[in-house]
Design a protein around this ligand. Structure first.
Ligand code: HSE
Length: 404
């Protein structure tokens, strides 16, 4: 029998408890041994609930118990998660976590400890909710050189943008809905400002390119500036707006990564990824294009990914599973030198000036917005774009990156 301790009985923790109980027989069969939840750690009490029997309030009880083989950290946030996880690893216990903030900030150190101790620090649920993308990059795509990872990596914002575009809902109303459905972070600023997606693209890029991406170096822009007017233009152009985390490895060996809203064309495989779903598009030099799709947030999808890790840890209790992780920092290309196309909204009277500055761009107008117009630029570096944009100055109302 393998004993498991779950740290945190919130949305994901209660989901892990539920999945382990609901599918106990098949999970134990697949793990090769019975998996038993010996402890659940939470500050709260849950009187009358089944978890009550295994509930503890003191972490020392878990970390000092030699019978605990696997610690599942689903508390979220960096502290006390980091302290607890480090102690567990140092005590020789495998750790599975859904905590992207923890992995993005301390993953290097925690993975090194796991390697040294011949145990595992697994974090499948930290990216893409229920989509098993980390295992895919670490195991299935090892025959490839990956040169692009682009994903819808945050369920909350994808849900919000979808509702805003299809139902014209207000930002605050849809955010509340996403919170009620258990998608959002404790502090939803992490979702809407793109910080959550930033941590996820940092983790995925580090694995995909075998170079360490520090999330603090990644340009990050959220969805708080996206308006119903932007959505109307997107609809007119047959496009949609999605928050993407994207990174590439370039031919010169440098990389770039960013998180930002993009106006996507219908040919993009990410165009139809709606609601709380996430998808990760990967391009490999042998594989070509592939996309992995599934529920990006929520109790049971996330718990499903965590339990996948628990089973993997159970099968490799004293063997460190080799991953692509490499602590050498990625060399990041300045974003100014990265090329792209841009959608720009301007005041109506600036249309001629815009054509002079940006070339013969097609001016788009919407009947319901008579005071303004918009255009999409040709491909250019971001530096060149910003220089040109400065020439139109205060005539600019909004700008969004474009991806086909
Ligand atoms: N708040 C996150 C999201 C949860 O909405 O995607 C899953 O990481």
């Amino acid at each position: 029998m393998i004993n498991v301790a779950i740290l945190g009985y919130g949305t994901v923790g209660s989901g892990v408890f539920e999945v382990l109980n609901e599918n106990k027989e098949s999970i134990s069969r697949r793990a090769g041994q019975e998996l038993h939840v010996k402890y659940v750690l939470d500050l709260r009490d849950f009187p009358g609930q089944p978890v009550e029997k295994v509930l503890v309030h003191d972490y020392e009880q878990i970390v000092s118990d030699p019978e605990v083989d696997i610690v599942v950290e689903v508390m979220g946030g960096v502290e006390p998660a980091y302290t607890f996880v480090k102690k567990a690893l140092l005590a020789g216990k495998n750790v599975c976590t859904s905590n992207k903030a923890l992995v993005a900030k301390h993953g290097r150190e925690l993975m090194d400890i796991a390697k040294e101790k011949s145990i595992n620090f697994l974090f499948e649920a930290s990216c893409g909710g229920g989509i098993p993308i980390i295992r895919v990059i670490n195991s299935s795509l090892t025959g490839d050189e990956i040169d692009e990872v682009t994903g819808i990596l945050n369920g909350t914002t994808n849900y919000m943008l979808y509702k805003m575009s299809t139902e014209g809902c207000e930002f605050d109303t849809v955010l509340k809905e996403a919170q009620q459905k258990g998608y959002a972070e404790a502090d939803p600023t992490a979702d809407v400002e793109g910080y959550d997606a930033c941590r996820k693209i940092a983790i995925l890029s580090s694995l995909a390119y075998e170079r360490y991406f520090d999330f603090e170096d990644i340009y990050t822009e959220g969805i708080t500036k996206i308006t119903p007017e932007d959505m109307e233009y997107a609809a007119k152009l047959g496009r949609t707006i999605k928050l993407l985390g994207t990174s590439r490895r370039l031919a010169d060996g440098t990389c770039y990564a960013m998180v930002a809203p993009f106006m996507l064309g219908q040919n993009s495989p990410l165009y139809s990824v709606n609601d709380v779903f996430n998808a990760v598009f990967v391009h490999g030099n042998m594989l070509g294009d592939a996309m992995f799709y599934g529920s990006g947030a929520g109790k049971l999808p996330t718990a499903s990914a965590v339990v996948g890790d628990i089973v993997d840890a159970a099968k490799h209790l004293h063997v460190n599973i080799v991953t692509n992780w490499n602590s050498t920092p990625a060399v990041l290309k300045p974003l100014d030198e990265v090329t792209g196309r841009f959608f720009v909204r301007i005041k109506k009277e600036a249309a001629e000036e815009a054509k002079k500055v940006f070339g013969d761009v097609e001016i788009i107008s919407l009947g319901q917005l008579p005071q303004e117009c918009a255009f999409i630029t040709d491909e250019m570096t971001q530096g060149a774009f910003e220089e040109k944009l400065a020439q139109i100055g205060d005539q600019v109302l909004a700008k969004i990156r474009v991806k086909d």
